[in-house]
Design a binder for this molecule. Sequence first.
Ligand SMILES: Cc1ncc(COP(=O)(O)O)c(C=O)c1O
Length: 444
Amino acid sequence: MHQDKSTDKLSGDSKQNLIRRFFGASRNAGDTASTSTDAAAGCSHVAEELTRFDAFPGYQQVLIPQAAARRIGLDNPFFRAHEGVAGATTRIADRECINFANYNYLGLSGDPRVNAAAQKAIEQYGTSVSASRVVSGERPIHQALEQAIAKAYGVDDTLAFVSGHATNVSAIGHLFGPKDLVLHDSLIHNSVMMGIQLGGAQRRAFPHNDWATLEQILADMRDRYQRVLIVIEGLYSMDGDIPDLPRFIDIKRRYQSFLMVDEAHSFGVLGARGMGIAEHFGIAGKDVDIWMGTFSKSLAGCGGYIAGEKALVEHLRYAAPGFVYSVGMAPPLAAASLEALHIIQAEPERVARLQERGHYFLQKAGELGMNTGLSQGYCVVPIVIGQSLKAVKLSNQLLTQGINVQPIIHPAVEEKAARLRFFISSEHTKTQIDYTLNTLKTII
Ligand SMILES: Cc1ncc(COP(=O)(O)O)c(C=O)c1O
């Protein structure tokens, strides 16, 4: 299936006509630039700052915190380079560190079996499938991965996309339009917001995890829209807490809405076998309409998926632009995630250890009087510092003590909620956790 590329084949003249038809004649009077401009003469009246990348307001915003940090002599804590596999430990600037800044929750990125599966896939299929699966054809490894995810959820089918972010953008953007309403948790991931924007649906946030307010909004507004989608996450990556899923299922049923759960941080983490928030609450996969997840975290790869009933998955497979017009997953990544899923299912002790270490971290931080916000101690524990610059300073100081943790600063969170965010892995030892929290306690 190809996007219409007919303009590429036009001669120079017809191309000009086409461009004039679309841009010349139909421009609004206020649309500056080329309407009043003689094409041959070009134009000279555009403000200079509109022609330079360094004058973009967004770029200026990016520079402000960097300049502030430099002024007080702080190193930039972002984009630190890792010199090997980043798991419970990592190597930064030629030094071994305890690492709390990645999503390798079960230690499977870097696992020799996962590496071997990726290498085998490269030998068999190469490193790229080169085009959309619709165009270039299937590789059995894609289908095997999709079927394994569908089976894990107990639903009909799954579709794998090349990025988790693009999964939400493409699925929501394609399925929900201007006559529809999307209600989402106030802490929902950016990719959900971008999907809503793309599709043009109406949007309302409800306070974090507050199903009672969600119900009030639905009671007030449900009748004004065609389809309604409710979007929540299985485990919130900024705060480390989980929603009361059975309540959301009950509400979506009573208000004839769809429920989507983003399991980026909960698949592999929640439930006795790591099968996510459905397993945690003992609910059937079919009780949620759209399961979304990412391959980049517990599943040790890269990409995202949508799992659910056949009509949902088939619709996206044949029509969602982010799938139809984008390359299929690279074979080594699909093979890596499939192998990671098999290991999670065969070794539930990894999941148990992750949950135990997460709870240990939370309990110990509490004993030391640290503010861990809403965290329930699975794989994410924030320690709220309350000032962005202090959080950056602490992150840099910890690095000198052999501990890598990222600060989360304004505007990602409110200034008073600036924090250090610790991602826990099943491979962290209690000794590493003790050392980290005791070190932090001496400098906080
Ligand atoms: C909740 C949530 N959804 C979607 C994504 C996007 O996933 P990816 O980074 O794999 O593109 C993330 C990223 O961390 C996330 O936290």
